[in-house]
Each structure stands twice: as structure tokens, then as C-alpha cells.
Design a protein around this ligand. Structure first.
Ligand SMILES: N[C@@H](CCC[C@H](N)C(=O)O)C(=O)O
Length: 295
């Protein structure tokens, strides 16, 4: 690796694991191979779902760059926006911070309440709640993007035998990054891993896709697992939770606000009628700090 060792913060958002690198003064541009090497638990970082660079921005408080564990640079990450939002809010006296991404600008603010105070012995981190305005979902097929014109409320895609598919007609949504959401009560590991990895690279999605498996438990409650593009099955996916709520509400399965239970916790997603924006509230944890291994 050509860059000198530099400090990082290890954080998670509802269990979605991040290494966050401050790049305000010193640029941070790891190659795909370098990101993959850092993501390997053998490097000592303990593995991560996404590597996050926090860069200066002329139009916002910061620009957040996102790499998946497979080295791909992608548009955005909902759970990381809460984490970076928390860091910026702590570092300033602002009530709200603007974070730009390749997927568009967002704003973050502290949410009421603090979940858990952390272990006084220091073995568990304190958890804070942050709300991010994720902007309006992009619902046209060309915005997801899909490779052909389809109604994104339910696209022509199925998994399994043609006359008895095990999954079919997912909703498609861009939250700055591409998502499909299948409605199903099959959420076991093998099923999610097997069908998620199959759909992630389907030719309908020229840029790949994050694959959600949503079990609608009530009009205000969704159980969700997400096979993330470039990262696999994670404990939480913030943009995936937003996409699941939007896809469910568009199908009339839920109201516009719901709790989304993910493996690592709970997110509240509110698709505001007046603004058309999606607001995501959920936990942020700072786990520790360290130095990236030197080249
Ligand atoms: N963990 C994320 C999404 C990260 C990027 C995603 N895997 C992609 O490739 O688009 C989240 O919390 O939104």
C-alpha cells in the first residue's frame, strides 16, 4: 500500500460495520486491491462492510466517499451517513450538518433519545440516535437503474422455476444507490445468501443491485435482511431499509412510516408526504480507534 499509516475510527450503524478515515487534510484514495486487503479480517482491522472517507466539500460540511468490502466505490451508505453525521455534529456546534455523497446531498441531525449508555468498564460503546434526510427516492426505471423500461412498483424478475418462483416481482428503488425489494417470509441465511448473490449481478441491473428481503409484519413494521452489493449479507443496510419502506408503501402494504427491524437493531423510516423525502432514524456506535496498517 502506497499511503502512510493513518488513523481510523471503527463505528457501526445498527451493526453495519465501518472503518471511517478522516481525509480533510490528507487525501485518501485507496485502490480496489487496497480496500479488499483492508477488509480482510487477517489485517487486524476485524473486517468491515464499508470503508468510509470523510473529505472536504465546497457545498457541504463534508463529502462522504464509500467503498464496499469488495473494493468497489459506490454512491452512498445510509448507516454510514448516520455515523459520519454523528462525528460532524460532535465536532461542531451545529444542529444539522450537510453531507454530500456521489448519490447526492443529505442532512443529519441528532434524534431524541440515546439508546444505552455504554458499559462503564468500556466493553460496550454508547449508542446515539441520528436522523438523516435521505432526500426523495428515485422511482423511474432509468434512475434505479434498470436495463429496460418497467414499472418499478413490481419489476419482471423471478427466482426459481418459471411456473413456481420462490421470489418474484420485487419493487425497485434508488436511494442514491440501487435496490430491489422482494416481499417474502423466507429470511433464513441460506436463502438470502443464495438468492441475493444470484440477483446482485442480474443483467437487469447494469450497475449491480442491493437485494432486500422484506417480511411485512404490520402496516408499521417490516422485518428486513439485505444482501448488499459488494459486501454480502450485513447486519443492517440503511438505504435498504429506506428502499423497503418505499417499496412497501407503494404497494399499499404499509403506511409511509414504519419500524424496520434488521439483524443489528431497529431503524425508523418515514417517507414524508409533504416533502417527498425519506427520513431515517437509527443508532450509531463508536467502537474504537486505531491506525491502518502501513503499506
Ligand atoms: N450499508 C449501506 C449500503 C452500502 C453500499 C451498498 N452496498 C451499495 O453497493 O450500494 C447502507 O447502510 O445503506
Amino acid at each position: 500500500m502506497s499511503q502512510p499509516a493513518r488513523p481510523y475510527i471503527r463505528m457501526n450503524g445498527a451493526g453495519n460495520a465501518f472503518i471511517v478515515v478522516q481525509a480533510f487534510e490528507e487525501p485518501f484514495h485507496p485502490t480496489e486491491d487496497q480496500v479488499r486487503a483492508l477488509a480482510d479480517p487477517a489485517t487486524g482491522l476485524g473486517g468491515f462492510d464499508q470503508l468510509i472517507g470523510v473529505e472536504p466539500s465546497e457545498t457541504a460540511d463534508a463529502f462522504m466517499r464509500v467503498w464496499n468490502a469488495d473494493g468497489s466505490m459506490v454512491e452512498t451508505c445510509g448507516n454510514a451517513l448516520r455515523c459520519v453525521g454523528w462525528l460532524l455534529l460532535q465536532a461542531t456546534d451545529k444542529e444539522e450538518v450537510v453531507i454530500d455523497t456521489l448519490g447526492g446531498p443529505t442532512t443529519a441531525r441528532r434524534a431524541a433519545g440515546r439508546v444505552g449508555s455504554g458499559d462503564p468498564e468500556g466493553s460496550t460503546a454508547a449508542t446515539h440516535q441520528v436522523t438523516v434526510d435521505m432526500g426523495a427516492p428515485r422511482l423511474d426505471w432509468s434512475q434505479v437503474p434498470l436495463s429496460e423500461d418497467m414499472d418499478t412498483r413490481g419489476i419482471e424478475l423471478q427466482v426459481g422455476p418459471i411456473d413456481a418462483p420462490v421470489l418474484h416481482t420485487p419493487g425497485a428503488v434508488s436511494m442514491g444507490n440501487p435496490h430491489v425489494v422482494f416481499f417474502t417470509d423466507r429470511l433464513d441465511d441460506a436463502f438470502v445468501r443464495g438468492s441475493g448473490s444470484l440477483v446482485e449481478h442480474h443483467p437487469l441491473f447494469p450497475e449491480g443491485v442491493n437485494v432486500g428481503f422484506a417480511d411485512v409484519l404490520a402496516r408499521d413494521h417490516i422485518r428486513l435482511r439485505v444482501w448488499e452489493r459488494g459486501a454480502g449479507l450485513t447486519l443492517a443496510c440503511g438505504t435498504g431499509a429506506c428502499a423497503a419502506l418505499v417499496a412497501s408503501a407503494r404497494r399499499g402494504l404499509t403506511d409511509r412510516k414504519a419500524a424496520v427491524t434488521v439483524d443489528g437493531g431497529e431503524l425508523t423510516i418515514d417517507w414524508d408526504e409533504a416533502s417527498g423525502h425519506v427520513f431515517m432514524t437509527g443508532p450509531v456506535e463508536v467502537e474504537g480507534t486505531g491506525f491502518l496498517p502501513a503499506a
